[in-house]
Design a protein around this ligand. Sequence first.
Ligand code: ADP
Length: 269
Amino acid sequence: TDMRMEDVSYNQELNQLGTVLNQTMDQVQSLVGAQQEFVSDVSHELRTPVAIVKGHLNLLNRWGKDDKEVLEDSLTSSLSEINRMETLVNEMLQLTRAEKMTVSPDVEKTAVAPVMKRVYHEFELLHPEFVWTLDNNLNDRAAVAIRPDHLEQLLIILLDNAVKYSTERKEVHLALARAGSWLEIGVQDFGQGIGPEDIDRVFDRFYRVDKARKHQVGGNGLGLSIVKKMVTAYGGRVEVESALGSGSSFRLRFPLTILGSEKNETVSE
Ligand code: ADP
C-alpha cells in the first residue's frame, strides 16, 4: 500500500504541474495575441499616411519638376502627413511605455494644485477664446504619488480633448477636490459629447468616434488609452460621463496623500 500512496501523490503533483503549465501557456498565448493585435493596429494606422505620402511623391516625380503648383501642394501635404505620422509614432511610444510602466513604491509625491494651476494658465493663454474656470478646494499639501511630468501629461491630454471637441460652446471647467481618501480631478466641457454607443470604447487604443470627422481634428485615438494605462499604473481610476451635444466630464481619482504630514502617510477613510 505504501507504493500506491506514493503513486497517488506523484500523480497529484503531475496534475498540479499540468494545471500550472496550462495556465502559463494561456497567459503566454494571450500575451502573444495582444502583441500581434497591437502590431496589426499600428500597421493599419500607418498605412494611410504612408499611402498618401507615396501618392504625393509620385505626383512630384511626374509633374512636380515643371508644375510649381503641384510641387507646392504635394510638398505641403507630404510634410503635414509626415508630421501626423511623427505624432502617431510618439504617442504609440508613450502608450507602450505606459503599458509596461511599473510604479516604484517610493515614487515622489507631487502637490497637485500647483501643477494644475500651471497647466490651467497655459491653456488659458493658448485658447483665450474659451471660458476657463478652476475650482480648487485643496491646499498645496494635497499630493499624489506620481511623477509631476506624468500628472501634467494626463491633464494636457484631457484639456486638449476638451478644447478639440468643443466647437460651439467654448467653456472648460477644472475641479480639484477631496473625495474621502481620494483626490479627484475633474475636467468638464460643454462640447459635442460622446454617445452611449461609444462611451465604453473611448479608452480603447485607436478608437475615435466618427473617424471621418475626427481626421480633421487630427487625433490618433491614443490619448485616452494613454490616460487610462497611466492612471491605472498609479493606482488611480478614470471615469467619464457624457451626453451627445451637451458635453463631457472626465474624472481622475488617485489615492490622496498629504505632504509634510507626520509620516507622509496615506490619508485613509
Ligand atoms: P484623439 O486623439 O482622437 O482625441 P483620444 O484617445 O484622446 O483620441 O479620444 C478618443 C475619442 O474619444 C476621440 O476621438 C473623441 O471621439 C472622443 N473624445 C475624447 N475626449 C472627448 C471630449 N472631451 N468630448 C467629446 N469627445 C471626446
